[in-house]
Design a protein around this ligand. Structure first.
Ligand SMILES: *Cc1c(COP(=O)(O)O)cnc(C)c1O
Length: 370
């Protein structure tokens, strides 16, 4: 039996007519840049999240980059973030000219620890202008504590919600708690496009206006430029497809949750840690990630048995060659390092069958002699 890690074809088959209609409508109009489709999708996402503004951009990476830029963060500034995230979080900080500062994660949710942020600020808060909590795997970081710290130190808060669209913290949707929230529509995200795409949500109208300007070369009126911006628009074609898919997002995330529950119930023995669900938070399981000391052997065993199992992420950001200039060493952020050695993500996509889930569980039990 083969169980793919992710099979997007099944999702497409289930909504093929709607998606194909949306695509052909855009093709008939031959209107490919911004326009009604993008505006409608922005409105849909703003409403879905309960945010005042939503701005479609070219990718999740650009969503972070443009948020930093619009908040005035650049050369000489420092931004605190998690070392255990997709590269783009820290890459965007670097690319606006600022310096990433890494605060270690907790091993239950894999998210940044507020006390570690405070430790850094207590030591030397000079030049630190913002914090980017990442809501890893689909569960939010401890936002209340982070917002309290940000208030004391006057930091901007940008949520990297690329893996967390629709997840909640005390009933509020990811992305709406900080100054800005960033989403990615990379195909493997819970709301995935047919290519790259991203969005920023914010309740700050002035910030939204700046981001809207930045995404079109810093111009409000065509060919007149107030600031130097970027070409970072969400494609009209992507917006049309994503707007259709948004209607199914909660249903799909619910199926991911049901799959996670199945795994959680079966994978209970010493030597394996199943995902932890923090109080007052929901989980949308962009990834279902377990932790075990025998990770590499388990991954090989599963892969050899036809099961897609993947490591997110094998090398924490503070140890990446490109960030060696920051001067971190192995041992500096022990939880992130341990996570990178022990995590393994299992197939969790919504269309997974009962047979497939059972096969995954049985092979894991076989490996552990459980
Ligand atoms: C996917 C992802 C991004 C980047 O999104 P892109 O759309 O691929 O640019 C940023 N941060 C996290 C945590 C992600 O998972």
């Amino acid at each position: 039996m083969e169980v793919p890690f992710l099979d997007l074809k099944r999702q497409y088959q289930s909504i093929k007519n709607e998606v194909d209609d949306a695509i052909s409508k855009v093709m008939e109009s031959q209107h490919f840049i911004l326009g009604d489709e993008v505006e409608n999708f922005e409105k849909s996402v703003a409403k879905y999240c309960g945010a005042e503004n939503a701005i479609g951009v070219a990718s999740g990476t650009d969503a972070i980059l443009l948020s930093l830029k619009a908040l005035g963060i650049g050369t000489g500034d420092k931004v605190i973030t998690s070392p255990f995230t997709f590269f783009a979080t820290a890459g965007a900080i670097h690319n606006v000219g600022a310096t990433p500062v890494f605060a270690d994660i907790e091993l239950d949710t894999y998210n940044i620890v507020p006390e570690k942020i405070e430790e850094i600020l207590n030591k030397d808060s000079k030049d630190i202008k913002a914090v980017i909590p990442v809501h890893l795997y689909g569960q939010m970081a401890d936002m209340q504590s982070i917002l309290e710290i940000a208030e004391v130190y006057d930091l901007a808060v940008i949520e990297d919600a690329a893996q967390a669209i629709g997840t909640e913290y005390n009933g509020k949707k990811a992305g709406t708690l900080g100054d800005a929230g960033c989403f990615s529509f990379f195909p493997s995200k819970n709301l995935g496009g047919a290519g790259d795409g991203g969005m920023i949500v914010t309740n700050n109208d002035e910030l939204a206006d700046k981001i809207r300007t930045l995404r079109v070369h810093g111009s409000k009126q065509k060919y007149y430029h107030e600031v130097v911006g970027y070409n970072s628009r969400l494609d009209t074609l992507q917006a049309a497809i994503l707007n259709k898919k948004l209607d199914y997002l909660d249903k799909w995330s619910g199926k991911r949750r049901a799959n996670a529950e199945f795994y959680n119930n079966k994978l209970q023995w010493d030597g394996i840690e199943t995902p932890f669900s923090a109080e007052n938070r929901t989980h949308i399981y962009n990834q279902y990630t377990i932790r075990t000391k025998d990770r590499d052997n388990l991954m090989k065993f599963l892969n050899d048995n036809g099961i897609g199992a993947v490591v997110y992420y094998p090398l924490p950001l503070h140890l990446q060659p490109c960030f060696s200039y920051l001067g971190y060493e192995k041992g500096d952020l022990p939880n992130a390092e341990r996570a990178s050695e022990e995590v393994l993500s299992l197939p969790i996509f919504p269309e997974l069958t009962q047979e497939e889930k059972t096969y995954v569980v049985e092979r894991i039990m076989e490996f552990f002699n459980a």
